[in-house]
Design a protein around this ligand. Sequence first.
Ligand SMILES: [Zn+2]
Length: 53
Amino acid sequence: MSGETRAAPLYCPYCGEEDLRPNETGPGAWECHACARVFTVRFTGLLSRGVQR
Ligand SMILES: [Zn+2]
């Protein structure tokens, strides 16, 4: 189970509800049971210059 970056969204990016379940279409796919949208969370990369606060 290591070597794969999993990101679990806390809120639906479309309606803002928290009723999210993993979707069977693939890794990173989530379905919102509030608005019935299915979306994918994907790790794109890191900022090359890091994060400055
Ligand atoms: Zn939603």
